[in-house]
Write a protein that binds this ligand. Structure first.
Ligand code: SAH
Ligand code: SF4
Length: 453
């Protein structure tokens, strides 16, 4: 979502004459768009700011101004504190107020001209009006695959998580606004959309008739846009997988058979302490129902190890759940204590070395599953959407339905084309394939499942 937000900030600043630059040394303005989700991400901001301070001072000696802005969730969480720690920062703004950037930049300039750095600006409230109503219409992008934010914020308050405090309350953009943005992206050459939200499947936006619709219904509408080939969405919450979304996975061809559905832990005790609102059993039932609707669906997941009070038995339950589901991809993290969240004050924090050991075991198991998933692609065929040129003559790199990178020698094809590709090789981070025109057989990976269905 920060990638999406940063692109929109660049757009809103373009009419003021700003364009993305290559290095901070040459920049009239630097915006750090920050992440507060784990301590490491937050810490990076201050080390980056230290670097920018020196650049700003050096540029000032040359008579050049540098506006430093800190946006995103660290800015939201720290606010005034950030200005105390880094007084050379000109603008601090939260994730829900960046539509006001032009006005803030103008004021920062005026303050700086007047030699009045005390005029540091802070805009971290949660406005009643949505920033999306104030941003200019999304400009077309040249890429094949684009992000589109449809939902923001979170009302779930998992005990480890800062999102409800930094992104604010859950909010869904209206359907018409999303469809217009999607159409404009597709008109500019985009063929794949990834719908974004902190809880993307909690989506309940208003349609033209003033009725709330869910993510399944939204995906059906977007799938009707001529030229849009693929729809993905992230991040979804197990609690919000409803019948409409499950049915859409079975019926909407453009909805890719690959779903990021974080569970965090396989232990019911820990899931309860996390306030996740689901247990391991109900998560597994959701996976079964999704697989019944779309047998070739593959899953990815997020895990946290070392949540306060996590015992060896709790951790083993997580490993058991992983063995049951068999993931195609996963992201795993050591629990990071976040100021202001309930878990930060919980007893029985897990020592760092235990977290390290658990993370290594978890990642070893997940690594085996990811390798097995990619290996299973070899000898099958799949649709590949080409995203960019490869390193070799005539080579293109694209994505499989499972988001795997696929390298193909495909003279005559262009970025944005799709092709059925026979997968021959499997490396750690990518697959290699050939086109059927090469005279290879094109077996259908899911022929058997389809026949039996
Ligand atoms: N809304 C999504 C997750 C958003 S945060 C969901 O509920 O699943 C992205 C991921 O960061 C989470 O899935 C979680 O695994 C991780 N995360 C969030 N807070 C964390 C913390 N305090 N320590 C470690 N990992 C954390
Ligand atoms: Fe954070 Fe996701 Fe829980 Fe919301 S549902 S509090 S975003 S982990």
């Amino acid at each position: 979502m920060n990638v999406y937000d940063s692109a929109r900030m660049a757009e809103i600043l373009a009419p003021l004459g700003y364009a993305p630059g290559d290095s901070p040394e040459d920049a009239d303005m630097v915006i750090l768009n920050t992440c507060h989700i784990r301590e490491k991400a937050s810490d990076k901001v201050y080390s980056e700011l230290g670097r920018l301070r020196k650049i700003k001072a050096a540029r000032a000696e040359e008579g050049q101004q540098t506006v430093i802005a800190v946006a995103g969730c660290v800015a939201q969480a720290e606010g005034e504190e950030m200005l105390r720690r880094a007084p050379y920062v000109d603008i601090v703004l939260g994730p829900q107020t960046y539509h006001r950037l032009p006005e803030m930049v103008a004021r920062a300039h005026r303050a700086s001209m007047a030699g009045d750095h005390a005029g540091v600006l802070l805009d971290t409230d949660f406005p009643i009006e949505s920033k999306f109503d104030h941003l200019p219409p999304k400009r077309t992008e040249s890429g094949v695959s684009a992000f589109l934010s449809i939902q923001e914020g979170c009302d779930k308050f998992c005990t480890f998580c800062v999102v409800p405090y930094t992104r604010g309350a859950e909010f869904s953009r209206p359907v018409a606004q999303i469809v217009a943005e999607a159409e404009s992206l597709v008109a500019g050459g985009v063929r794949e959309l990834t719908l974004l939200g902190q809880n993307v499947n909690a989506y309940h936006g208003l349609d033209a008739a003033g009725d709330e619709i869910g993510l399944g219904a939204l995906a059906r509408q977007l799938a009707g846009i001529d030229g849009l080939a693929r729809i993905r969405y992230t991040t979804s919450h197990p609690r919000d997988v409803d019948d409409g979304l499950i049915a859409a996975h079975g019926e909407v061809e453009a909805l890719m058979p690959y779903l990021h559905l974080p569970v965090q832990s396989g232990s019911d005790r820990i899931l309860e302490a996390m306030n996740r609102g689901h247990d391991a059993e109900s998560y597994l039932r959701t996976i079964d129902r999704l697989r019944a609707a779309r047998p070739d669906l593959a899953f990815s997941c997020d895990f946290i190890v070392g949540f306060p009070g996590e015992t060896d038995a709790d951790f083993e339950a997580t490993l058991d759940l992983i063995r049951t589901v068999e993931y195609a991809q996963a992201y795993s993290f050591k629990y990071s204590s976040r100021p202001g969240t309930p878990a930060a004050g919980m007893a029985r924090q897990v020592p760092e070395d235990v977290k390290d050991e658990r993370l290594a075991r978890l990642q070893a198991l997940l690594g085996e599953q990811m390798t097995a998933f990619n290996e299973a692609s070899r000898g099958t065929s799949c649709e590949v959407l080409f995203e960019r040129a490869g390193r070799h003559e005539g080579q293109l790199v694209g994505r499989s339905p499972y988001n795997q990178a696929v390298h193909v020698t495909a003279p005559g094809y262009a970025v944005g084309d799709m092709a059925t590709v026979f997968i021959e090789t499997c490396k750690t981070h990518s697959l290699g394939g050939v086109l059927p025109e090469d005279g290879r057989p094109v077996p259908d990976r899911h022929a058997e499942e389809r026949l039996s269905a």
